[in-house]
Design a protein around this ligand. Structure first.
Ligand code: NAP
Length: 283
C-alpha cells in the first residue's frame, strides 16, 4: 500500500492512470453546500472550505443534482482564492448528447473553472452517450479525467462491466462498514484495471453515527488512531489499498477536521479491519 503523505501530512494516493498524487480525504457537497440564499449556511460552508484547504484537502465533489452546491463551491473558492489548489470533480446527470453538453457547460460556469479536473457520469444516467462526449472533452483538454458514479450496491455489477475495458479513469461508489459490498469484487476490478476509486457515503449518509450513538470507541481501535467514530469508519475504508479518495459530506468545521485527521497516522491491518467490522456489526 502506498503511504505517501502531502506537505500537510495527509495520506496521498496516486490516480493510477496518470500517477498524479491526491490527498486520500476529500469533501462531498451533497446537501451540505446547497446553501445559496442561506447566510448562515454559506458562512459555515466558507469556513469549512477554508479549513479544508488549510489542512491540505484538495478533492471536492459536486453535481448539478445537488441544488446550488456547484454555484456555492465556485463562489466560495473564488472568494477564498483557493480555486487553483482544488481538484474539482462534478457530474453529468441527464439524458441525450446535447443536454449533457449544455449541463456540463453550465456546471463549469457555476464552478467558475475553464477546465474540470474530473467529470463523472452520475448514477450511470445515459452512460454510453455521456462517456462518448467525455472522451472527446478529455482529448480536447476541457476535463482532465473521466469517471462514473453510483451510490447503491445494486449497480456494482454495471460499474464493474463499464470499468472492465480499462479506459475509465475513476469509479465513485458507496463503500463503508455499513455498506461493504464493493469490497467483494468491484474494488479488485478497479485495482486490476488501474481505475481510481472515490468512495461516497462513507458514513451511510450519517446513519452509522446513529448506530454507534454514545457508545465509546473501543480502546484497541485507538491504537491505530481511531480516536473518534468518524476516524474508525474512515480509517477502515482508507486501509483498503484500492481506495484513492474518500469524500465525506459536511460543512461543520469540527467534523471536517475530525475527518481529515483520519488521513494521517497509522491505518489498521487486515486483522484489525476484521475486528473493527465484527465490532461494528455487533452494535
Ligand atoms: N451517486 C453519487 O454520485 C453519489 C451519491 C451519494 C453521495 N455522493 C457524494 O458523496 C458525498 C458523501 O456522501 P453523503 O454526503 O451522502 O454521506 P456521508 O458522507 O456518508 O454522510 C454525511 C453525513 O455525515 C455527517 N458527518 C460528517 N462528518 C462527520 C463527523 N466527523 N462526525 C459526525 N457526523 C459527521 C454529516 O453531518 P454534518 O453535516 O452535521 O457534519 C452528514 O449528515 C456526497 O456529499 C456527494 O458528494 C455521490
Amino acid at each position: 500500500m502506498r503511504t505517501e503523505s502531502s506537505a500537510a501530512g495527509l495520506l496521498e494516493r496516486r490516480i493510477p492512470r496518470s500517477g498524479e498524487p491526491v490527498p486520500a480525504l476529500g469533501l462531498g457537497t451533497w446537501q451540505v453546500f446547497d446553501v445559496a440564499g442561506n447566510a448562515r449556511g454559506t458562512a459555515e460552508a466558507k469556513g469549512a472550505l477554508k479549513l479544508f484547504v488549510e489542512l491540505g484537502g484538495r478533492v471536492i465533489d459536486s453535481s448539478p443534482m445537488y441544488g446550488s452546491s456547484e454555484s456555492v463551491t465556485g463562489q466560495l473558492a473564488t472568494e477564498l482564492g483557493v480555486q487553483s489548489q482544488l481538484f474539482v470533480a462534478t457530474k453529468v446527470w441527464t439524458s441525450g448528447k446535447q443536454a449533457g453538453i449544455r449541463q456540463m457547460d453550465e456546471s463549469m460556469r457555476r464552478l467558475r473553472v475553464q477546465r474540470l479536473d474530473l467529470m463523472q457520469v452520475h448514477n450511470l444516467v445515459d452512460v454510453q452517450t455521456q462517456l462518448a462526449t467525455l472522451r472527446d472533452w478529455k482529448t480536447a483538454g476541457r476535463i482532465r479525467y473521466l469517471g462514473v458514479t453510483h451510490y447503491h450496491a445494486g449497480a456494482h455489477a454495471d460499474l464493474e462491466r463499464i470499468i472492465a475495458p480499462g479506459d475509465i479513469d475513476t469509479v465513485q461508489v458507496n463503500y463503508s462498514l455499513a455498506e461493504p459490498e464493493a469490497g467483494r469484487r468491484l474494488l479488485r476490478v478497479a485495482a486490476d484495471t488501474g481505475t481510481a476509486v472515490i468512495v461516497n457515503r462513507p458514513f451511510a449518509e450519517g446513519a452509522m453515527f446513529e448506530r454507534v450513538r454514545d457508545r465509546p470507541v473501543p480502546d484497541w481501535a485507538k491504537e491505530v488512531g481511531c480516536t473518534t467514530w468518524a476516524r474508525y469508519f474512515l480509517k477502515w475504508i482508507l486501509a483498503q489499498p484500492a481506495v484513492t479518495c474518500v469524500i465525506p459530506g459536511t460543512r461543520n468545521a469540527r467534523h471536517l477536521a475530525d475527518n481529515l485527521g483520519a488521513a494521517s497516522g497509522p491505518l489498521p491491518d487486515e486483522t484489525m479491519r476484521r475486528r473493527m467490522s465484527e465490532h461494528f456489526n455487533s452494535l
